[in-house]
Design a binder for this molecule. Structure first.
Ligand SMILES: *Cc1c(COP(=O)(O)O)cnc(C)c1O
Length: 395
């Protein structure tokens, strides 16, 4: 029997997904659900989306053969350079797609939530590009921790609204964004930053990010005379860069998919973000998926040295890939990731985001054949993480 890893007509990947939303949000989500496939398949949409990816984002991103890294691990390692995208990571692929959908739905006001600020910056960027009003909800604690990204969003013309409720971090910012959306159903689109949230967001965001695996196929065909690698490795916070890197390989069962989560200080330490291992089925941000929670169902505060992997859930696609064992899940600690970040810097002259460094650390956990083709999705660059690298290595 062939398992299907695409979403079904009810918005589920196997038993995960759906849209568990308050009644007052129903009209907004339903409007999106009824229109997203129609809008995104129109040729005028495709033309504008692809032109912006090319001219503004800088796609296609290179598939770079990492010679020295390959020698060290005695296998063929390619890096998919999403770090070279405008704004420094893959997130802009999604925000470009969603802003074009919002425009076609007649929306004039954009809201977003952000934790580390990377999604806020990617959203503020496309709002500036399109001349649309942008409001970004951000926890008070995160505003203090991520001041350069707050400044970036302000320079780009966005309003950053501090969130003072709860733990004053990402999940509270998400709650405020949802409240805003309920109060402004007519003119506002909510740009969610990963493959999370109620249907149709996980599917819509996966499709926008799927350009990553589409390009990998064409680039491998040219370089290796085959479209399919043996392994694809990507880090997972909410799961959008991994969803994009896996998308066109999901039904190629011989392509081994590796999803890398943040173990933080260790899976059993109480300070971790390894959702597939530590999570149980529950509802987060309108989606049924695996999430870290207490025995009475309250969300557990996750921890990782990397702000982008510090999320208590994973998107429903990844819960399904975990449950069906289509993807292998590996947990990498802070220390392992930091060492891999330095290793790539010194061996290839590429300073990766700390999120991405988790994916690189998976190289130490597997045994590859020298003829294997291993593609690592280099989700972002490390400029934003310089202070963390400085503190950790006493640079
Ligand atoms: C945000 C971010 C991630 C994590 O988000 P996903 O939705 O899991 O991709 C990973 N890498 C970088 C560089 C990021 O900015």
């Amino acid at each position: 029997m062939k398992t299907n890893y695409n979403i079904d007509e009810n918005g589920y990947y196997g038993t995960f997904g759906g849209a568990f939303i308050p009644e007052m949000l129903y009209p907004n989500v339903e409007e999106l659900r009824q229109n997203y496939l129609k809008i995104t398949s129109e040729s005028s949409f495709q033309k504008e989306f692809l032109a912006l990816l090319k001219e503004y984002v800088g796609r296609p991103t290179p598939l770079y053969f990492a010679k020295r890294l390959s020698e060290k691990y005695d296998t063929k390692i390619y890096l998919k350079r999403e770090d070279l995208c405008h704004t420094g990571a893959h997130k802009i692929n999604n925000t470009i797609g969603q802003i074009l959908v919002a425009k076609r739905l007649g929306k004039t006001r954009i809201i977003a939530e952000t934790g580390a600020g990377q999604h806020g910056v990617a959203t503020a960027t496309v709002c500036a590009l399109m001349g649309l009003q942008c409001i970004v909800y951000m926890g008070e604690i995160d505003i203090q921790r991520q001041s350069p990204n707050v400044a970036r969003m302000k320079m780009l013309g966005a309003e950053v609204r501090p969130v003072l409720s709860g733990s004053k971090t990402l999940k509270d910012a998400t709650n405020e964004a949802i409240r805003d959306w309920i109060n402004h159903p007519q003119n506002t689109h909510y740009i969610i930053g990963s493959v999370v949230g109620p249907h149709p967001y996980p599917d819509m965001v996966s499709r926008f990010q799927s350009v990553i695996s589409e390009e990998i196929k064409a680039q491998l065909l040219e370089k290796e005379a085959t479209e399919n690698p043996n392994y694809i490795i990507a880090c997972v916070g909410g799961g959008s860069n991994a969803a994009g890197a896996f998308y066109h390989f999901l039904n190629e069962e011989h392509v081994h998919l590796i999803a890398v989560e943040a173990a933080g200080k260790g899976v059993g330490s109480g300070e971790s973000a390894a959702t597939s291992i530590l999570g149980k089925i529950g509802i987060i941000h309108g989606s049924k998926t695996l999430l870290m929670q207490t025995s009475d169902g309250q969300i557990t505060e996750p921890y990782s040295i990397s702000a982008g992997l510090d999320y208590p859930g994973v998107g429903p696609l990844h819960s399904h890939l975990f449950e069906t064992q289509r993807a292998e899940f590996i947990a990498i600690t802070d220390d392992e990731a930091m060492l891999s970040g330095i290793e790539l810097s010194k061996m290839e002259g590429i300073i990766p985001a700390i999120e991405t460094a988790h994916a690189l650390a998976a190289l130490d956990k597997k045994q590859f054949q020298s003829s294997d083709i291993v593609v690592i999705n280099l989700s972002g660059r490390g400029d934003k993480d310089l202070n963390t690298y400085i503190d950790y290595f006493k640079l």
